[in-house]
Design a protein around this ligand. Structure first.
Ligand SMILES: [Zn+2]
Length: 194
């Protein structure tokens, strides 16, 4: 005598598909919010290998001869990894070169900052800003000469005159853009800036 087994209900499959769907949703959100900016920056690293030919001085109204070399000067945290461009608070800060915004979170040292991944594996750092311009979110393209914020003295510059701290870093690898070392922006801006 043969018995036919009644079919068991299979709750596993709907559950599994729900889990997969949920994972896909979480993945999509994570990609959009977290990874897309970095994916875009990585793409930028690969797509634009040549260095910019010219730069815009990163503070409006400041001329080349107003710049002073202070890269490597002693600071509490070690050598100064950039130059300080003095200007009245509220003066527009301009993007020195095109790039993708990969960092916009305020920090204790830099205050209101922007990290912009530019062509030629160069990472630009703008710090101590009073405020960022509207819409400076991760993954957005900052165009050379565009206003990206205003001069201030946020972060550890609270007791200094308002200035923009401007740094340029060279990214070590095409595949890991978060390892970089500072170079002196002064000669670059002095010879290359318009
Ligand atoms: Zn500085």
């Amino acid at each position: 005598m043969t018995e036919t087994l009644s079919e068991d209900p299979k709750p596993v499959r709907p559950l599994l598909s729900r889990v997969v769907l949920a994972l896909l949703c979480v993945g999509a959100v994570a990609y959009g919010v977290l990874l897309l900016p970095y994916a875009r920056a990585l793409w930028w690293l690969h797509a634009y290998a040549a260095l910019p030919e010219t730069y815009v001085l990163p503070v409006r109204g400041v001329a080349k001869d107003d710049l002073s070399p202070s890269f490597g000067a002693p600071r509490a945290s070690g050598g100064h990894e950039g130059i300080d461009v003095l200007a009245p608070a509220g003066t527009p800060v301009l993007a020195a070169a095109d790039g993708v915004i990969i960092g916009n979170r305020p920090s204790a040292v830099g205050g209101n900052v922007l990290w912009v991944m530019g062509a030629g594996r160069r990472l630009y750092y703008y710090a101590h800003m009073r405020e960022l311009a509207p819409g400076m979110h991760l993954g957005r393209l900052a165009r050379r000469g565009e206003t990206i914020g205003t001069v201030g003295n946020t972060g550890n510059a609270a007791r200094t005159p308002p200035h923009l701290h401007f740094g340029i870093y060279v990214v070590a690898s095409h595949f890991y853009p978060l390892r970089y070392s500072p170079i002196d922006p002064y000669p670059i801006l002095h010879t290359g800036a318009q």
